[in-house]
Unconditional design. Structure first.
Length: 472
């Protein structure tokens, strides 16, 4: 159900404009997931570094729409951290094996929850390292180039870390990135990739492709790729298929096992809310008996790990890729967040996300669509796919004027989002903790920010009037 089609019916039922705050209030009141917001700490406007107390009430909660970059802090994170710091203070080394969260295998206790989030079996998932470290470890085992099959296919303008990792892996094997990196751009004049173009390239070039390595959700455009179709196409041509799920885990429904994905990796500090630099994840499908190229003590079987006989008893699958014990101070906030995910399901979160993001899209299109009769009036183009099945909760907004001043004015008014030069804002209403009222507040604040950026108070009038609570 999308607000673009159901908004008028709802507003008619409420007796008000489809853009009225009453619509947002009704949607929030009937949101079955609304109590999950209480599980997170939403910053106050006054605590944001660039807010201006002369413009907004600093005691009010900010409009936090930056979950695509860093999720909010779970309330239990501080408690769990304090428990482990207290344990360290009181029992020292014994904390490795004692307490409710023994440090020597603490991450193992929450890997089942993470496996549920990515649609995998528990034994196919390991929590370890950072995303790029895990990507390197996986490529060392899955990228086995030959003279005939040496290319890695990835989207043009992939996240820089992915691009650098692939480039360095190719060089490490003695190949030239100019020949072995196959970068797929969108069609001229388009912002996102068409699935049929991806599949066509795999079919055409597949005999020379060793690994297909895509994002699950593209960080810049917010496009959700058809992972099942890409995996199937890659396998038909004998390629390994892997995904960087950093912007997908906790955002969209994933079925890594069912789709037959060979490997995947992700960070956990965006939609999974584990804190900056949080513990990352890796997945290897159970069908593979692939072994790690690099070994570490933590890849040794737990039952005999502490015998210290230097005879490796490698754990099967992705567990053998572990190198070192995981930092307990990173396990704590991740556990706090994953426990919130246990209170609901990805299906329920996705249902709310479709409605919440659709509501944002509807209001953007209503207020800021290009008007041919007023060509000089600033407008917004959404470069994220309009098909809800091809996106997560992020919308990338492309402005007809430089975005830096608009971003600055939004920050002054208590909005947390992020900017990509020269003209894009990434806005992510996260279903775990964002409300429909947050979206409505953002649209109101955006009008004020645009007016301030342009230095034209008269520009605000249409948006102020359309946001009034007057009923039709």
């Amino acid at each position: 159900m999308q607000p673009s089609s159901n908004g008028p019916r709802l507003s008619a039922f409420l007796g008000c404009s489809p853009t009225s705050v009453e619509v947002a209030a009704w949607l929030d009141e009937h949101d079955t997931l609304r109590n999950l917001r209480k599980k997170f700490l939403v910053p106050k406007i006054a605590d944001l570094p660039h807010s201006d107390p002369s413009l907004v009430d600093g005691a009010e909660k900010c409009i936090y729409l930056a979950g695509n970059s860093l999720g909010l802090q779970p309330r239990r994170a501080r408690k769990y951290l304090e428990v482990e710091l207290d344990k360290w203070a009181k029992m020292g080394v014994h904390g490795h094996t004692e307490g409710s969260r023994p440090w020597a295998w603490a991450e193992n206790n929450i890997e089942g929850i993470m496996a549920d989030l990515v649609g995998a079996k528990e034994e196919e998932v390991a929590l370890m390292n950072g995303l790029t470290v895990n990507l390197h470890l996986l490529l060392l085992s899955f990228y086995k180039p030959t003279d005939a099959r040496h290319r890695i296919l990835l989207e043009d303008k992939a996240f820089p870390s992915d691009h650098y990792a692939v480039e360095s892996q190719i060089r490490l094997r003695g190949f030239d990135p100019e020949r072995s990196m196959l970068l797929l751009p969108p069609r001229p004049g388009e912002e996102t990739l068409r699935t049929k173009d991806i599949l066509k390239v795999i079919e055409k070039e597949g005999d020379s492709i060793a690994v297909v390595m895509f994002s699950a959700v593209q960080y810049y455009t917010g496009q959700l790729f058809d992972m099942a179709a890409i995996t199937e196409a890659g396998h038909r041509k004998g390629c390994f298929v892997g995904f960087d799920c950093a912007h997908a885990v906790g955002n969209v429904e994933l079925k890594l096992h069912k789709w037959g994905v060979d490997f995947a990796c992700w960070c956990s500090y965006k939609y999974v809310n584990s804190g900056a630099g949080g513990l990352a994840g890796a997945f290897i499908h159970e069908k593979h008996s692939v072994e790690p190229a690099l070994l570490g003590w933590w890849g040794h079987d737990l039952q005999t790990r502490f015998q210290m006989n230097n005879r490796m008893q490698l754990q099967p699958g992705v567990n053998g890729f572990r190198l070192s014990n995981q930092p307990i101070l990173l396990v704590c906030p991740l556990q706090a967040s994953l426990e919130v995910f246990m209170m609901t399901s990805m299906q329920s979160l996705r249902s709310k996300s479709l409605l919440l993001t659709g509501y944002l899209e509807y209001l953007i299109q209503h207020h800021y669509t290009e008007d041919p009769d007023r060509p000089h009036r600033p407008h917004i183009r959404i470069i994220t796919p309009s098909d809800p099945q091809q996106r997560g909760c992020q919308l990338s907004l492309c402005f007809s004027i430089p975005v830096a001043k608009i971003f600055q004015e939004l920050e002054r008014r208590g909005v947390a989002c992020d900017m990509r030069e020269p003209s894009v804002l990434r806005i992510a209403p996260v279903p775990l903790y964002n409300r429909f009222r947050d979206v409505h507040r953002f649209i109101e604040t955006l009008g004020a920010a645009l007016g301030a950026a342009l230095g034209a108070a008269c520009f605000l009038l249409p948006y102020v009037l359309s946001s009034l609570k007057t009923c039709l």
